[in-house]
Design a protein around this ligand. Structure first.
Ligand code: SF4
Length: 97
């Protein structure tokens, strides 16, 4: 289970992980060899009831790799950058990609 790989102790698992759609999935699909192969994992995330919480955790933790909350590492990196720009009052720059 992907979610369990993040936290080494069950006591550290946030309660939302009990509802993760990826619990019974093959973990390897969440760690594709390239982001262009992320489709199957992203499709599972799209149906996940805790997607927003998962994405928030993944955006907060840049050390995570793979597909989390329906996003790739690159997408989360852009989200963090855009958030930094908005906080700096430079939100218009986020539109430049
Ligand atoms: S959003 Fe995706 S990675 Fe996150 S818990 Fe749900 S299925 Fe797993």
């Amino acid at each position: 289970m992907q979610a369990e790989q993040l936290f080494t102790s069950p006591r550290q698992n946030p309660p939302w992980m009990r509802h993760a759609a990826c619990q019974a999935c093959d973990t390897s699909i969440f760690y594709p060899s390239s982001e262009s192969e992320s489709g199957p994992a992203v499709a599972i995330c799209a149906e996940c009831p805790v997607r927003a919480l998962c994405l928030a955790e993944a955006v907060r933790r840049p050390e995570l790799f793979g597909i989390w909350g329906g996003t790739t590492e690159t997408e989360r990196r852009i989200m963090r950058r855009n958030d930094r720009l908005r906080r700096a009052g430079l939100g218009d720059l986020a539109a430049w990609g």
